[in-house]
Design a protein around this ligand. Structure first.
Ligand SMILES: Cc1cc2nc3c(=O)[nH]c(=O)nc-3n(C[C@H](O)[C@H](O)[C@H](O)COP(=O)(O)OP(=O)(O)OC[C@H]3O[C@@H](n4cnc5c(N)ncnc54)[C@H](O)[C@@H]3O)c2cc1C
Length: 334
């Protein structure tokens, strides 16, 4: 079987490796026009905290994606290569002055090793009038490390990588038996899918090795420690495709994070990153038999993970592999 995975972000790489594990004799190729630092995946803080809006076709499937994903990252975290793959554990607080619902999360409360209400004492950890809070322990996957690690892993298992822009999946007809579409935001154009919406985000990387915990505050404020610094965020601009760092976002993120954790005032900013989250409700993981002038093309879509694609990619990858199996064995037909 010849499979082309289009896309080399976290979703494409993770799916390609899952396919290699399932089909040891298959010929699996990744085709992409952007790699590593030029992907949205590279921008992400990578904290495992899918928002409650993250959604698959049913709640049962969504929860399975989330559970499978956590298990996948936690297995890497417990391995001898966790530092190479960029996966570590972190604990933190979600604080809110407005509503308890913001601090709860039905998708992960029974998946993470710790998720509980913050005590009265803990609500005073950060300056501010915090009325509600949760303490949690979760995982961080840093794509600055994970993407190169996964690329090497894929190549070591016999995979091939081509740098090429696909303008139409039909161009791949005849060369590959199955196409797996992991093109993120670009699926909007490639599949003419109006449900895909860019949600612009900006983050600052700072050098602050004393920050060991994650913190979330109101107004989309977050502080996430990782391997190569601490990520400060954030913002969500719907339908914005402006990739230039914005001065007002910079000032707003910096001052909100410093208000939450004042010791950040002395932290040096090392990088400013902008990315467009590929939002879709629901995330599209399904098969399509596409009629082309050259015949039927079998496509498995896996895109639209929004602000949660780093951490949920293993769950949707495993689901996509199951769809490949269904299509290949003829279980799913025209
Ligand atoms: C500021 C910010 C913070 C975030 N924080 C988190 C977080 O803490 N946790 C989390 O889980 N997620 C987070 N995310 C979300 C996460 O980054 C995305 O959901 C994820 O990166 C999507 O991965 P992807 O592989 O689908 O897309 P991408 O990383 O964009 O990769 C798409 C790939 O497809 C290729 N491609 C596209 N079109 C074509 C074409 N026509 N021909 C050839 N190749 C093509 C590209 O070249 C690229 O290789 C954040 C995102 C942003 C912007």
């Amino acid at each position: 079987m010849k499979i082309a995975v289009v896309g080399s972000g976290v979703v494409g790489l993770t799916t390609a490796i899952e396919l290699q594990k399932e089909y040891r004799n298959a010929n699996i190729t990744i085709i992409a026009d952007n790699f590593y630092k030029d992907t949205t995946s590279y921008v992400a803080a990578g904290i495992f905290r899918p928002g409650t809006s993250f959604s698959g076709p049913t709640e049962e499937i969504t929860k399975k994606w989330v559970r499978d994903s956590y298990q996948h990252w936690d297995d890497i975290r417990k391995s001898s290569y966790s530092n190479l793959a960029g996966v570590c554990e972190v604990s933190g607080y979600i604080l809110s002055s407005y509503s308890q619902s913001i601090t709860r999360n039905f998708l992960i409360e029974d998946v993470l090793p710790a998720y509980r209400n913050a005590t009265e004492e803990e609500l005073k950890i950060c300056p501010g009038n915090w009325k509600y809070g949760s303490f949690f322990t979760t995982l961080v996957t840093e794509c600055g490390l994970y993407l190169p690690w996964a690329t090497k892993n894929f190549l070591d298992r016999g995979g091939q990588i081509f740098n090429r822009k696909i303008n139409d999946f039909a161009d791949l007809h005849g060369t590959y038996d199955i196409i797996v579409n992991c093109t993120g935001l670009e699926a909007k154009n490639l599949c003419n899918d109006r449900k895909v919406v860019p949600i612009r985000g900006q983050v600052l990387k700072v050098h602050a090795p004393w920050i060991k915990m994650a913190y979330y505050g109101d107004y989309d404020t977050y502080i996430v420690p990782g391997f190569s610094g601490v990520t400060l965020g954030g913002c969500r601009n719907f339908e914005s495709v402006d990739m230039t760092p914005n001065k007002y976002d910079f000032d707003s993120i910096k001052s909100r994070c410093e208000a939450l954790v004042p010791s950040l005032q002395t932290a040096k900013v090392t990088e400013v990153k902008v990315g467009l989250r590929p939002h879709r409700d629901p995330v599209r993981v399904e098969y399509e038999f596409k009629d082309t002038s050259q015949g039927i093309l079998k496509i498995i879509h896996n895109y639209g993970h929004g602000g949660y694609g780093v951490t949920t990619s293993p769950g949707t990858a495993k689901y996509a592999v199951k769809l490949v199996r269904d299509v290949w064995t003829g279980y799913s037909r025209l």
